[in-house]
Design a binder for this molecule. Sequence first.
Ligand code: NDP
Length: 245
Amino acid sequence: MSGIAGKVVAITGASSGIGAATATYLAGQGARLVLGARREDRLHAVVDEITAQGGSAVGAVIDVAHRDDLKRLTDTAVERFGRLDVLVSNAGTMAVSPFDELRQDDWDAMVSTHITGLLNGIGAALPVFRRQRSGQFVNVASTAAYVVKPPQSVYAATKTAVKVLTEGLRQESGPDLRVTLVSPGFTHTEGVGKGASPETATAMIRQRDEIAIPPAAIASAIGFAIEQPIGVDVSEVVVRPTVQA
Ligand code: NDP
């Protein structure tokens, strides 16, 4: 199956930002969606908006840190739509801070959301993809996976892990599966600076408001990777503002 229309796509972190924009974009192209996140109200607002526009979407309240939740997300796709074509692992948190602040809960959250969450998605979707003999992983990293800038070390380390896991998965996947890494640069979402230490948050939000690209720019890059013909794997995409170093 190529193109986007009719594909069943599950997206984590779909209640806002890049995930919500990707859901809206793919729904507009005729994809059938299973959307996951923790905030039920925000998630259902996205589902309702897509449905009101004539699209097909269902929501599942999930925390990607929990293995069973990812299994529920992929099970929902199979039960509702009969298959799963793409899993977009997008859920993330940018709660960055200097090491000296010892915000260890935030470090844990970045590890459990970006690394454990990605692995939980692979664990849930891979058996489905193997059974179908087709499927695509789209994993959202960051330009922080390519360069570390203080105080983003933990964030950058977990996003580097996303990049490494994605490349390893691609090499193990064989000819039936596609594996795509999408790395956004500064993108205008509510997640920028959210949970970061106050000084860092202020600087991040200022930079976001000056240079960020819209989340739709990332959504269309994800769409480009999904719409390729059978046998074509867009394995790595970096999308950033022209003015971002
Ligand atoms: P948002 O904060 O708008 O989106 C983050 C999404 O992840 C939300 O839907 C949030 O929903 C969800 N989420 C967070 N933790 C969990 C969890 N444990 N389980 C399930 N869902 C979770 O920010 P963005 O759209 O900017 O971020 C999306 C991705 O893009 C992230 O991986 C981020 O690191 C990456 N990125 C963003 C950049 C930017 O400049 N905006 C730059 C580079 C990468 P909820 O709280 O409802 O669970």
